[in-house]
Ligand binder design. Structure first.
Ligand code: SF4
Ligand code: FES
Length: 233
């Protein structure tokens, strides 16, 4: 039941208790950008690209996580919110390879973000992990959105094969004791690959195709790898 009325960019909307500002805005046809948010994952408010201004609230608030309140006035594209989004995008571009993240690249253009704003920034670079026949992990492209961890855990699969590891700049996604994927509880459901927004997780066959292998060669390569792993103790 719609029992809360608020104003978004000057337009009034009525929604039910517990609705987030993001969903209320969508009801009005307003677009608020998101990166870490996914409709089928628990929102954690990690990337902060969805920040908006709410009257009477000093900090910008993440729209994907913040429930509506009666009578609030929300501004989705104030100068302050847009500047904050632009800076977030520039910081991401300074540290992470976004070359296979088309949605983020599109936002970079929309917000006139400068890829080179922080030239001194240290880049997050990791070797590509290719330890199973199903998918590769290229964490140089990882923005730590946490979607893969969530679908592997309570949001979908309840497998808990991956999680955050490290702290601060060293934070990354990994397995327990850095074990190769086949030695973890991973069941290769592919849900993590499906929700990854940046190409950090990619089907092995797609990766081999990009490397120029023919379909026959790809089938051979992935089949023989599966056989080899089945035989290994
Ligand atoms: S691997 Fe992909 S889904 Fe997982 S945290 Fe990194 S960017 Fe997000
Ligand atoms: S989309 Fe809201 S914090 Fe990332």
């Amino acid at each position: 039941m719609a029992n809360i009325t608020l104003t978004i960019d000057g337009d009034s909307v009525a929604v039910s208790t517990g609705t987030t500002i993001l969903k209320a805005a969508q009801q009005l046809g307003r677009h608020i950008p998101t990166i870490c948010y996914h409709d089928h994952c628990t929102a954690n408010g990690l990337c902060r690209i969805c920040v908006v201004e709410v009257n009477g609230v000093k900090p910008l608030v993440p729209a994907c996580l913040t429930p509506v309140r009666e009578g609030i006035k929300v501004s989705t594209s104030s100068v302050r919110a847009e500047r904050s989004r632009r800076t977030i995008l520039e910081m991401l571009a300074s540290a992470v390879d976004l070359s296979q993240a088309p949605e983020i690249e599109r936002l970079m253009g929309e917000y006139h973000a400068d890829h080179r704003r922080f030239p001194e920034a240290e880049r997050r670079e990791y070797p590509v992990l290719d330890d199973n026949p199903m998918y590769i992990r290229d964490y140089s492209k990882c923005i730590l959105c946490w979607r893969c961890v969530q679908v592997c855990a309570d949001d979908a699969q309840f497998t808990y094969a991956i999680n955050f590891k490290g702290r601060g700049f060293e934070t990354s996604i990994g397995t327990f004791f850095d074990k190769p994927m086949p030695e973890t509880s991973c069941v290769f459901c592919g849900q993590c690959v499906g929700v990854c927004p940046t190409g950090a997780l990619k089907p092995k066959r797609e990766s081999l195709l990009e490397q120029g292998l023919s379909l026959d060669e790809i089938m051979q390569a992935t089949k023989s790898e599966k056989k080899k792993r089945r035989k290994s103790p």
